[in-house]
Design a protein around this ligand. Structure first.
Ligand SMILES: Cc1cc2nc3c(=O)[nH]c(=O)nc-3n(C[C@H](O)[C@H](O)[C@H](O)COP(=O)(O)O)c2cc1C
Length: 299
């Protein structure tokens, strides 16, 4: 089977999920073409040669990032293929997030794709508040197991569609224009003297919002920022400081390798009801409980 896997990631969590899916599909003998959705790559080859589209996207403001919707809008008018839509978020399939995939699914269906599968993967939060240990480490251990399971379901064309409750649809609708704040956020980023001009910020920016000044090699910000925070966290010297929404940037940074290097104990996994109680963790707890059933067989 020919599979197109398109993903959009800011700080790398969604990229890990996407890469893992691609590996699973390839390991099962499929021909997988991976495309990173970035500003400017919305004029691509036709999808008519593919049997399946798998879209993997980060959740921003209870929605798909605007760039993802633009990419979907740019697809051929008639898509005669099956599609699976996987989103990644800090809160998981929680109240507020459950309608985040709707706009993307609507565009795909309006173009003729048969969206048979949707799901949400929780990954460590990169914005505003830090998900406490051991939940963040659990998420890093869980995702390869859960990707393997969901990839098998997708290949078997298992039906998994969710009707988001009205409250989620309302929140998603309320926040539909939040992405427009990105331009001002990007322009507000200050570059301190500790910048060495290494260019890592510009290299991974999904919005192609950063160029390097030809004389000083220091980053210069344009007005296509998506507020994904990649540049702020990837900088080895923490040289970039936003003038807006500074509260949203995690003090101490966001390092998925460091989180993955920690391990939750078996007793922590067995006590998820206590560690992640109530509705606030309702989007993460069932996912981790499902993952633990798989992990404990291998530990
Ligand atoms: C601007 C912004 C908005 C976000 N909005 C949400 C949200 O609505 N719901 C949620 O659960 N997480 C939200 N997050 C957290 C991310 O979805 C989460 O940390 C994700 O794992 C980051 O993926 P990435 O590393 O691929 O960018 C937001 C993060 C940012 C930067």
């Amino acid at each position: 089977m020919r599979i197109k896997l398109a993903y959009y990631s800011g700080t790398g969590g969604t990229q890990r999920i996407a890469t893992c899916f691609a590996q699973e599909f390839s390991a099962k003998g499929n021909d997988v073409s991976v495309e990173r959705i970035q500003l400017g790559n919305d004029h691509h080859d036709s999808l008519s040669d593919y049997d399946l589209l798998v879209l993997v996207s980060v959740t921003h403001d209870f929605n798909a990032p605007h760039q993802v919707l633009l990419w979907l809008e740019s697809l051929d008018e008639t898509l005669r293929l099956d599609a699976a839509v996987i989103f990644v978020s800090g809160g998981g399939e929680a109240i507020t997030n459950r309608a985040a995939r709707q706009a993307a699914i609507k565009i795909l269906e309006s173009k003729g794709a048969r969206v048979f599968f949707e799901d949400m993967f929780p990954m460590p939060v990169n914005y505003f508040y830090r998900v406490k240990h051991p939940i963040d480490a659990m998420e890093m251990e869980a995702y390869p197991y859960m990707v393997k399971k969901r990839a098998a379901a997708i290949l078997a064309r298992e039906q998994r569609r969710i009707k988001p409750p009205a409250i989620d649809r309302f929140i998603t609708w309320m926040c539909r224009n939040a992405w427009q704040g990105g331009a001002a956020f990007g322009r507000s980023i200050q570059v301190s003297d500790t910048c060495t001009g290494c260019g890592l910020c510009a290299e991974g920016c999904p919005s192609k919002n950063i160029s390097l000044d030809s004389a000083s090699s220091k980053p210069v910000f344009s007005d296509t920022c998506a507020r994904c925070l990649h540049c702020l966290y990837v900088c080895p010297n923490t040289s970039l400081v936003p003038g807006k929404e500074r509260y949203a940037v995690l003090k101490g940074g966001y390092d998925l390798d460091e989180i993955a290097s920690r391990r939750a104990s078996a007793s922590e996994w067995e006590n998820l009801d206590r560690i992640a109680p109530g509705w606030l963790w309702g989007g993460i707890r069932p996912y981790l409980q499902e993952a633990w059933e798989l992990i404990k067989q291998q530990r």
